[in-house]
Design a protein around this ligand. Structure first.
Ligand code: RB5
Length: 144
């Protein structure tokens, strides 16, 4: 089964642990790149290492969160090989995979219920990249 890279700051820590349990129960492997508690921390310290793990193929894709999702998503997307999508409802996660082949699902931990977050994760895991014209567009994202 694929290995999922997880990361959060303190604001996303509790949701991250729930989502890790959820995907482990589905049979995925998990690697947690921190943070490891609810003590205040800086999301880039965890976003950069988790991005590298997906870029170098150590993990198949990632799930990350901070309070709004914005800070960790902004940091992840500084990496040329990362397409991190901030999603707060299932349809966004489905399209992030189908159209953007997002390799990071990002969640706004302080603005989403646990139940909705699980639904968003399911939508992301179940969706398939459609390729075709979407691949052509993705090929134009990276800064050369
Ligand atoms: C932490 O207070 C908060 O700023 C952080 O989790 C995130 O929302 C930043 O984008």
């Amino acid at each position: 089964m694929e290995k999922i890279a997880f990361a959060s700051d303190h604001a996303g820590y509790q949701l991250k642990k729930k989502l890790e349990e959820y995907v482990i129960a589905k049979g995925y492997e998990v690697e947690d790149f921190g943070t490891g508690s609810e003590d205040s921390c800086d999301y880039p310290d965890y976003a950069h290492p988790v991005a590298l793990a997906v870029e170098n193929g150590e993990c198949a894709f990632g799930i990350a969160m901070c309070g709004t999702g914005n800070g960790i998503q902004m940091t992840l997307n500084k990496h040329q090989g990362i397409r991190a999508a901030l999603c707060w409802e299932p349809a966004l996660a489905t399209l992030a995979k189908e159209h953007n082949n997002a390799n990071f699902l990002v969640l706004p931990a302080r603005f989403i219920t646990e139940d909705m977050a699980l639904k968003v994760v399911d939508a992301y895991l179940e969706a398939k990249f459609e390729g075709g014209r979407h691949q052509r567009r993705i090929d134009k994202i990276a800064v050369k």
